[in-house]
Every structure is written in C-alpha cells, then in structure tokens.
Design a protein around this ligand. Structure first.
Ligand code: N01
Length: 556
C-alpha cells in the first residue's frame, strides 16, 4: 500500500503527499476515488470547488434540468449491488434525482471523507526532481501527488457573456450553469432567456409556465425532438435489473454507448415510406433514437441527413401554430446532429402560449443590456430577470483553468494555444502522470458519459497499477504517438458532417477559441479496442519511467 506521507512545504505548513490527486467530485471523481482507494489501496485526495458531490449535477439546477440519456443507462455500471439497489422514478431523471443518486453513491462507498470541498485548484505544477505534481490553490501548494486525474467534466466552465451593459441592469441575472440552490420564483415576472441550446430549451419550457411573460432571445435554432419521458415502470425496472450485465455490454459495443440496434445502414437505400416509418417510430420512442438508431449514415452523408432534418422541420411547422414563429424556430443552414441535438417535452408548444415571445437575434442582434432589459437592433424588451443559457467553454476550458504546468515549465495553455493535442484524449506529451477523464479527442461527449468515464478511470487506474507492479515511476505519451492520434482524430472528423458547423463540438461557440475537432468520431467500440490494445501491449505510445525523460529531451 502506498501510504500517504507528509512532506514539508515552504514555510511551516505540512503538505500531504498522495499517490493520486483527483480534481472533481462528479461522476468521474467519485468512481476514481472508489477505485483507487477501495480497490487498489492507494492514498488519494479529491478536490472540488463545489460544496458537495455531483459535478455538473451540483451546479445545473435550473428548472427543467434532466439527463437526455435514459437513467438506466446514464448511471454507473461498476457495482452490480449499486445497480440492483437503486431504482429510478422516471425514464429520464431530473437533476434533483441524479444528484440524490450521486449522494447515495458517496454515502454508500463512504467517499466524502477523502474529498476536500470548496477548494478551487488553480495550479498543478510538475516537479521533475521529485517526480510529483504540486497541487495548489491561489493561496499556495496544498498537496503533492505522484499521479493526477482530471475529472473536471466537459461542460463545467460557463461561457463569458459578450453582451455590453450588464452592470446597468436593475433586475436579476441568472445563469443555467450556476443556478441558486434555493431556486428562483419567476411568478409575476417578465423573464428573458438568452440561448436556445439544450439548457435553454429545458429551462424555457418550465419558466414559461411560471413567468408573467417570457421572452426568448434565439440566435441559431436547433433540431429538438421529444425526449419521451415517463414514470419508470416496475416491469422495465425488473427486466433491466435481471439483464444489466448484458445491457451494459451491448451499450459499450455501440457507437454512442447505448444499447440501440435498429439502425439501418443508410436513409437513402430505403423507400420514402420506410424512412417515414423509421423516423415516426424513433420520434415517438424519444431519447437519441432519431439520430443514432435510425440510419447509420446520419452524421456522414449530407443527403441522408437532409431527410431527417426535413422530417424535424415538418414537425416544428406542425407543432407551432404561428408560421412566422415556426420559421424562426426552424434550422435551415446546418445538418442535423452537427450541434448536439436537444431533447424536449412540449418545447415547441411553449411558443403557442400567449405569454411567450420569440425574438430572432440572428437577424436583429442584441445591442446591449440596458437598465430595464435587453435592447436588440429592432427594439427594447423590458425585463425583471435575465437567464443566461449561453453554453460553455467546452472540453478544453475546464482543463486550461487548472493552471497546468508540465515538464520544463511548459504551460498546457501554451501547448494547446492552437487547439488540444492529446494521445487517446487521455494524456498529453510533456505532462507526465496526468490523466484526463473524457478529455478532448476521446469519444467523450458522443459516448454515454458514465460509461465513458468508467472506461477512462479504469484506463488511468490500470496504468497506475501497471507502474506499481513494474516498479516504474512515470508514464507519458510520446510526441510521435500523440501526433499520430491527433492526425487520426482529424482524419475521422473530415469523414463526418461535424467540422462544417459552428458549435461547442468545434470550439466555434467561444470567440477567439481555436477551431478544431475535439471529439474522436470513430465511435465507442473502435475507441475501446484501440485503448485495450494499447494496454495489452504494455502501453504502446507511452514512454514509461526514465525513458519518458530521455524522449522529452530528445524531442524538445
Ligand atoms: O449550451 P449551447 P447549452 N448571443 O452551447 C446561444 C449539455 N446539456 O448549455 O447556437 C446570442 O448548446 C447559442 O446560440 P448559437 C449538452 O451536451 C445537456 O444549452 O451560438 N446567443 C445557443 O443557442 C449540450 O449540448 C443537457 O447561435 C448566444 C445557446 O446560447 C451542452 O450541455 C441539458 C450567444 C448555447 O447553447 C451545452 O448546452 C443541458 C451570444 N453571444 C445541457 N452565445 C441534458 O439534457 C451563445 N448563445 C443532459
């Protein structure tokens, strides 16, 4: 067992040294802690800026927040006992229930005692001499660790609003990604929501039911489709629990990490009637079936994609009474699924309500926030509250704000100035013993997140175990392996429709952020096979122990 040790810091404060420090106490951090501490017996400390466990589900408490993957799949698979004892009340659980689940996991595995909350890590510096990471806050070094696991999530750094004049606004301002714990009462208020992505769509539907008037400021319309939520029925629960192992295996063998298996090869090789039948069935079933269980070429063939895009456009026209409003809500200039498709319940019907107004800010942009509301090019809208649902500095943002400095004083921010460079989306050359959980250039956000997280935590912790078993100190990807991986990720992306669309998938949602492809698009099964081969061959593409230092010097 690697006992934790105390090593003196500069000055008199004792700084503890751990085998592994984990950043983040969401799905990733909780499982990493359990695996390292309880299954491997190593010393570990988790840090999180939040006051409790939950990660994204701790912060995103806005009305309507719920997962968009069925809860029986959007949950941990690592413990059969946990799978059997937890029962979801809805097909797609709402945020409070997911947070209760993560609290249950923390209690069940007694995790909190090794988590330090209310602690923002702002500096992670590699100490080459001692082969340790120095973990710091703005007040200085608070821990040291041989290994670092970044479980910081992909959508945890809010986008900074570009609008001028916020300081003048006399009303309330909220952000979906950091919602007040006590909730917000919009009764009798004039509310404006900026943004109509997945968060905006969920929040708009609920806020409209409460507010005196809701004004939605939408720039780009989305291809939203019904989520198909319903109470969880006991027969489904029983069936799932009886076959959980098979279901999880089937999920891990599918592109997106869900046990879907109906997709036909192409929308273009079937009749118009058959296409319609498939789309009707998937639209009625809900979840991500329309995009991932209809036709397998949806993200690869524009013509095929057009058939689904047109199907959704027709649904929007059917569901929204005012044709002008329907037109503003209809996406026209990018393929379906190239922005993450939001799922909804009565979202389009919300625009049939008398108390809801849609403002097209693509044609009439927001000019500024005023004392009393929002001024666009076509007029001023008076508001008591503004809700920002403008998204995140996705994938790289959470890692870059950790202040990571690797070998030879290299800053991760400098290395990634033109976009992320990783090996397998798990590690990056020049930054030894550092593992990203669902990092950029892994399938991450296109792979059912809890399963993707478990796969990565297993990879990282297996690597740590391998080093221990072989009396090695350091693991770091070679520059060559990294270069090849990045090229492979880009080559795969070019075969899809994704690079052409502005979205957080490509970094285009953040002004000034380098545009690139941050997702491995070969699907979960291909990715999992690559990772398994790397592991089974003694960590191909990684330099181990002192060879890492030599390699780095040789390629510096
Ligand atoms: O963020 P987004 P999100 N002026 O980036 C608009 C996950 N998630 O928080 O498209 C005007 O998708 C922006 O407009 P445009 C899920 O993976 C999951 O909604 O840039 N508008 C867009 O409408 C999702 O994909 C769930 O033109 C501006 C919106 O704000 C991801 O999180 C629920 C603007 C941002 O949409 C992010 O979703 C919620 C500006 N300057 C989220 N800047 C589940 O269901 C931005 N916008 C599990």
């Amino acid at each position: 067992m690697n006992a934790k040790t105390n090593t003196p810091a500069t000055g008199s404060v004792q700084v503890e040294t751990f085998n592994t420090v984990v950043i983040g106490a969401g799905f990733a951090g909780l499982y990493a802690l359990h695996r390292l501490r309880d299954q491997m017996g190593v010393s570990v400390r988790v840090f999180d800026v939040a006051g409790d466990v939950g990660g994204t589900w701790y912060w995103n408490r806005y009305p309507g927040a719920r997962c968009d993957i069925e809860s029986i799949h959007y949950s941990y698979s690592f413990s059969e006992a946990l799978q059997q004892e937890w029962t979801w009340t809805e097909r797609f659980a709402a945020q409070p229930e997911i947070l209760r689940y993560l609290n249950h996991v923390a209690d069940r595995f007694d995790l909190r005692k090794d988590i330090q909350f209310n602690t923002r890590i702002t500096s992670l510096v590699w100490d080459e001499k001692n082969k340790l990471w120095q973990v710091g806050t703005k007040d200085g070094i608070i821990a040291r660790a041989k290994f670092l696991i970044a479980g910081t999530g992909n959508l945890s750094v809010a986008k900074t609003p570009e609008f001028k004049g916020f300081e003048n606004f006399k009303g309330e301002i909220y952000s979906t990604g950091n919602w007040p714990h006590e909730g917000v009462n919009f009764t009798g208020k004039r509310v404006g929501v900026i943004g109509a992505g997945a968060s905006g769509i969920q929040a708009i539907t609920e806020i409209a039911k409460e507010a005196a008037h809701l004004t939605v400021f939408q720039r780009t319309p989305n291809y939203a489709a019904p989520i198909g939520n319903a109470p969880m029925d006991s027969e489904t629960d029983r069936q799932v629990k009886a076959h959980y192992a098979e279901i999880r295996t089937k999920s891990r063998n599918s592109f997106i990490g869900l046990p879907y298996d109906q997709a036909q090869p192409s929308a273009l090789t079937v009749s118009a009637e058959e296409r319609r039948r498939v789309y009707d069935e998937c639209y009625a079933q809900g979840g991500f079936r329309l995009i991932f269980d209809s036709f397998a070429d949806m993200l690869f063939n524009k013509e095929s994609n057009d058939t689904a895009a047109e199907y959704i456009r027709a649904k929007i026209r059917e569901r929204v009474k005012d044709p002008k409003v329907a037109d503003i809500l209809t996406p026209k200039d990018y393929p379906y699924g190239t922005k993450r498709p939001p799922l909804e319940t009565n979202y389009y019907e919300t625009y049939n309500r008398d108390n809801v107004t849609l403002v097209d800010i693509k044609n009439s942009p927001i000019e500024r926030i005023t004392e009393h509301g929002i001024r666009t090019a076509s007029g001023e809208y008076e508001l008591d509250a503004i809700v920002l649902a403008i998204g995140f500095d996705a994938m790289t943002g959470p890692l870059l704000q950790l202040g990571i400095v690797g070998r030879n004083g290299e800053k991760l921010a400098d290395k990634w100035a033109n976009g992320p460079l990783t090996y397998l989306g798990i590690a990056t050359h020049g930054f030894p013993n550092l593992f990203f959980i669902t990092g950029p250039q892994s399938p991450a956000v296109l792979y059912n997140m809890p399963l993707a997280i478990e796969d990565h935590v297993d990879f990282a912790t297996d690597a740590i175990q391998y080093l221990r078993d072989h009396d090695l100190d350091v693991i770091e990807p070679t520059l060559e392996a990294e270069t090849q991986w990045v090229a492979h990720v880009y080559e795969l992306a070019q075969q899809t429709l994704l690079p052409g669309t502005d979205s957080w998938y490509t970094g285009a949602n953040i002004p000034g952020k380098p545009r690139g492809c941050m997702i491995y698009l070969g699907g979960a099964p291909a990715y999992r096979k690559i990772c398994a081969d790397v592991q089974n061959n003694g960590y191909t593409g990684f330099a181990l122990d002192h060879s890492a230092m030599k390699h780095s010097t040789a390629t510096a």
